[in-house]
Design a protein around this ligand. Sequence first.
Ligand code: BES
Ligand code: MG
Ligand code: ZN
Length: 479
Amino acid sequence: MVKFNFNKVNGTKVTVIFENIEYNSKLLQYTKERELFSGKLKEVYANLPFEGEKEILLGFGKKEDLLEDDIRKVFFKLGKELIRFKEQEVYLQLVELENLGIKSLVNAVVEGLLHATYKFDKYKSNRKDYPEITINLITEEDSSLLESCVKEAQDVISGIFFARDLVNERAEYLYPESLANIAKNELTQLGVEVEVYDEKQCEELGLKGLLAVGRASTRKPRFIVMKYINDKTNDEVIGLVGKGVTYDTGGYSIKQTANSMDIMHCDMGGAGTVLGTMKLIATRKVKTNVIGIIGACENMISGSSYKPGDIIPTLSGKTVEVLNTDAEGRLTLADAIYYGASKLNPECIIDVATLTGACIQALGSRVIGAVSNNDEVFAKIKESADFMGEYLWRFPVYEEHKESVKGKVGDLLNVTAPGTGGAITAGVFLEHFVENTPWVHLDIAGPSYSNSAWGTNPEGASGTPVKTLYNFVKKYNKK
Ligand code: BES
Ligand code: MG
Ligand code: ZN
């Protein structure tokens, strides 16, 4: 728990230091002489106390270079140090910055500090909560305005942490039915209408792709449709589709265990993102209309599994030759996307999925790979990602990519040959189900889940790209 107050001078002093400004500070002189701290960006000096007095120094680097995301990272580091040194109350004078407004500064301070408090330790028998920390921000600006910035940053962080907790949860406890229950319990109370279709109802709907992937598991698929309607002045609605494979063994095209199958509880990262985003926009009461769609299932092995060589139908009527049962996500997404496109008449569809290892090969593990049929909507997503400090890059699509997904016996292939650009062809496959709706596909196989901490993200689930989608939805109709 972190509490924020304005204009209360209490606790340990925290001082912002710019590298290229002269200060009259004995502590700074001391740390500079010993090369312990000189104000470089993201340096934090918290060796307490000095000559009986406590003061923490924060390096802000060069004033003219500073970005909002830098500040977030500095305060993330400060948060880690406060936890490490068990400092429970600090105060800090907010500085004036040339290229960043006070609202952005407060937002970055709050988000950075809160990010430092995330942990997924529910399975540790000796777990201990962090002590409550109080942060006193000193400023001449209107504090009631800044309090609303603090509140928004807290809500954004809650949305991200909610997504992280879902993606970190193990498949033993998080499976299609329990995921659907969480969606109901968390979102209904915020005014979101949540419909859950069980296996039989999925059959009635004709979700044959989802059902084929999910049929080997004793934990049966669920189809989750979440409607957030909060702008009655227009009937435009944004569709968010999340891959909800709660566990991916690969099926008969089985995965290897280490660093592959053993983390595949994370294969509902797209669903986690959509749920986190829905929770966030509903908490913030954003004036917009959004429908979230998740096809949830487990890709398992049993006598009833779908098999390599099978040709399976989908909701759209198009058939798919399954050459590899580990390329299951696109079958579930084909139905979820087509359902959204054909029944809900959305302005645009954004799908989010831990879809391909090839995306990690292409862009590295921190970058979202995008495929899109619409420059305008893509530009909005890209702008939101840049603004929120999430990394995203769009893949090109050429004729050859389109050719490579065409089926021999059925309409489409679920995998393409090695060397054909697997992250791109997966996107091209999905485009067959969007019915010309403006669409952006986000492959989050890399950044959604990691075996090491990076930026303000912990090891494990990152909650990427909740922030981007929140910003996208918030601004979508505002231009
Ligand atoms: N869930 C995986 C993709 C994945 C890989 C997610 C690494 C997170 C981290 C997906 O279902 C999958 O297995 N994709 C295959 C596709 C291939 C068979 C065409 C892959 O990437 O190997
Ligand atoms: Mg797979
Ligand atoms: Zn998968």
